[in-house]
Design a binder for this molecule. Structure first.
Ligand code: BGC
Length: 719
């Protein structure tokens, strides 16, 4: 451990002693004995009379918690239901009611709205169910039994301390942002930040730019909750990326040039930090900015590596999850519950257990995030360069090294978003690969709806991108129109081939039926019920080609083995009767379709609908007796939270084809036409079976290898 990290840890341990300031410690915190690890999961998973309710799937922070809960519960051999409230207190209450009806004894609840959740806690109390408030405190009720949390005041202190450490001299512009006023934590974070920043405003190191309420209170060392509320109402992000971005942009519009230059920004968490950082980076009057965060989200760790976010506070969710589960198990088993302090929720002092936090910057990111096993190195690019001491000498480029530094490549997504774990993200990975390999400049715009295609295309044409990559069959017409109107701009579109070809567009299309055929054959071999299922996002060729290949693979198996495995959701003879979610982003719909397919008996399901498939995966995981086949990327890697139910994936390697096109632009050999990804050129592939490998006999693997060879050689033709 470096001295720096040790020092940070020490500071945080010391600052945690001030836990008492808001949460008087009733007992001496005990040194935790490492809990014994149970390495072999018990079979089958034991039902634990505990349910978990998390605030929203839409923030990576809570997906982290879900994943870590699942990892831990699998390790311990427990089966526990995890529900999301989607930022809606009435959904949260419904989730709690569902769990009560199912007979749980403990509910671990992370409220969306601290005060509104009182009703849920009271319903649980009424039913004799113990409530453990998780990460966020449920306020305004006596019906909360315990609280597991990080030291949230220390989070704010760590963020503020970082800014103080970077500031030199006097008169530095300080921009303040906060979380949602409905979240008790937002107050604790702000309290911590104020503890450290207020003296530095008082001594002139900083002046506050964007909050008249904070300026009015800047001489007060300690604020009341109401006073904090007044400030927060002016600087809240609502924990929302878009709100954060608009507020930062509005602040920058009103700020004068002298409020810019080198600036210091208190951003409350990683999601909002990235949005705020992007807004400040785009302002040409801002010469340098320091911006804080928290949660160590993968995207923010990458921002830190890239120098776009200055720090994050690592709240090791594994510790919080361990504490919550340990507490819940103690309650279920009637044992004493270990707590180390108390938090005031406005009505009672809630017995609490609290975890420490760690400041992460470029200097310790490898140690704190990768070496600690929090996230694998494979999630990031540019880690290697971090430790390097810059030398005076410029390395001679090797003869083959391509320099793409003056090439600007821009992606426009389809409606699933850049991180859809599906085609948008895979194409973007190709761009990131090119950035890493050849140093190109990159950018993307997300399309929220079809109407955005043209707007986004025009924006990138105005930005003079050297190559505009559009993603998805649906953006085909808009891309053709833009290409015709701008013959000097290079385009490439994933999932579309023009006939006749357009001179300045490379279409990338994929024979995904080849890989889906292998998946269908494997599914037919492995089904226990004799029924497998599939559904698509929309009845468009790029979707139905997967379904065709899958059904043909099943038919091949039936032909070879004399079986009658049925395909639900897709009939090669009657495509009009196919099953579709009619959406690429409605996960609830994916969930419903998977449930209906499982109800009809399917035990292996291939959803071909981008993120909608993740809804299907969630339903399959909850049911626990079926498998999902991923599409586009290897879901085992991109959606590890579903690793236990992923049989394999039909991969469409849009990253490789995207890199091929970019290379042509860099080398000035770009020509309109089409690239076809096949099994032969590894543009499509069947992913490994990973954890399901034990199911696949040597015989089945040999058959799959042979089928692949036959497709490549043309002995099997799919048309
Ligand atoms: C959590 C943070 C999270 C924020 C937004 C807070 O209550 O403690 O980790 O970033 O909510 O979801």
């Amino acid at each position: 451990m470096s001295k720096k990290l040790l020092l940070i840890l020490t500071v945080l341990v010391i600052s945690s002693m001030f836990f008492a300031a808001c949460a008087p410690t009733t007992e001496e915190p005990e040194v935790e004995e490492p809990t014994e690890e149970v390495s072999e999961p018990e079979e089958p998973a034991e039902e634990l009379a505990v349910g978990i309710v998390l605030p929203t799937r839409d923030e990576p922070r809570w997906i982290q918690d879900q994943t870590r809960f699942q990892e831990k519960l699998t390790e311990l051999g427990y089966d526990v239901e995890i529900l999301f409230s989607q930022a809606d207190p009435s959904q949260e209450k419904a989730n709690v009611d569902t769990l009560i009806t199912k007979g749980v004894e403990v509910i671990i609840l992370c409220p969306h709205d601290s005060a509104a959740a009182a009703a849920s806690a009271e319903a649980a109390r009424e039913a004799g169910v113990t409530i453990i408030s998780y990460d966020r405190l449920i306020t305004d009720t006596d019906a909360v039994d315990y609280y597991v949390t990080f030291d949230s005041v220390a989070v704010g202190e760590a963020q503020a301390q970082y800014l103080v450490d970077q500031a030199e001299g006097e008169g530095n512009p300080l921009y303040l942002y906060a979380g949602a006023a409905t979240d008790n934590n937002a107050f604790l974070f702000f309290e911590g930040a104020w503890n450290v920043l207020q003296p530095k405003v008082a001594d002139g190191t900083f002046y506050i730019v964007n909050s008249s309420e904070a300026v009015a209170l800047q001489d007060k060392a300690e604020l009341t909750r109401d006073e904090m509320g007044q400030i927060i109402s002016q600087i809240t992000t609502n924990w929302d990326f878009d709100d954060a971005k608009s507020l930062a942009e509005a602040n920058l519009t009103t700020a004068s040039a002298e409020d810019k230059g080198e600036v210091f920004i208190l951003a409350p968490n990683d999601g909002t930090a990235r949005a705020i950082a992007d807004a400040f980076a785009a302002d040409t009057d801002v010469s340098n900015y320091f911006v804080t965060g928290q949660d160590a989200e993968i995207a923010s760790v990458q921002y830190i590596i890239d120098g776009k976010q200055s720090m994050t506070v690592l709240k090791d969710v594994r510790m919080l999850v361990d504490d919550a589960i340990e507490m819940a198990v103690s309650v279920v088993e009637g044992e004493d519950v270990e707590t180390t302090g108390e938090y005031d929720n406005g009505v009672i002092m809630v017995p609490a257990k609290q975890s420490e936090v760690i400041t992460v910057t470029q200097e310790n990111v490898v140690e704190a995030i990768v070496d600690s096993g929090y996230w694998p190195a494979s999630e990031f690019t540019g880690l290697d360069e971090l430790g390097e001491v810059p030398t005076e000498e410029v390395e001679e480029p090797t003869e083959e090294a391509l320099d793409g530094s003056d090439v600007y490549v821009c992606q426009i997504t389809d409606t699933g978003g850049i991180d859809d774990k599906s085609f948008n993200q895979t194409a973007w990975n190709g761009i990131l690969g090119a950035e890493e390999a050849w140093g190109i400049q990159t950018n993307y715009l997300e399309s929220q709806e079809v109407a955005d295609y043209e707007k986004n295309l025009n924006a990138f044409i105005d930005e003079e991108c050297d190559l505009i990559i559009t993603v998805g069959f649906l953006i085909g017409d808009a891309t053709a129109a833009a290409a015709a109107a701008n013959p000097d701009v290079n385009f490439s579109i994933v999932d579309y081939a023009y006939d006749p070809a357009i001179d300045n567009v490379v279409g990338q299309v994929f024979e995904t039926d080849e890989a889906a055929y292998l998946a269908g054959y494997a599914a037919a071999a492995l089904t226990q019920t004799g029924k497998v299922g599939t559904f698509g996002g929309l009845p468009i060729p790029t979707v139905t080609i997967f379904m065709d290949g899958f059904a043909k693979g099943v038919a091949k198996y039936n032909e070879v083995k004399g079986t009658e495995v049925e395909v639900l959701g897709w009939d090669l003879e009657d495509p009009d009767a196919g099953l579709f979610s009619m959406s690429f982003d409605d996960q609830q719909k994916g969930r419903e379709l998977a449930i209906s397919l499982m109800d009809e008996g399917a035990d292996i399901i291939m959803p071909v609908a981008g993120p909608v498939g993740l809804g299907a995966a969630a339903a399959i995981q909850e049911r626990g007796n079926a498998w999902v086949i991923g599409v586009d990327s290897d879901w085992f890697l991109t959606s590890p939270e579903y690793a236990d139910i992923i049989l394999t994936s039909v991969m469409k390697l849009m990253d490789s084809t995207t890199m091929m096109v970019i290379e042509d632009v860099i080398t000035d050999t770009f020509e309109g036409g089409v690239i076809v990804g096949t099994l032969a050129n590894e543009g499509v592939a069947l992913a490994p079976f990973h954890d399901a490998e034990d199911l696949v006999s040597d015989e089945l693997q040999a058959e799959l290898d042979q089928l692949k060879a036959d497709i490549i050689s043309g002995a099997i033709v799919l048309d």
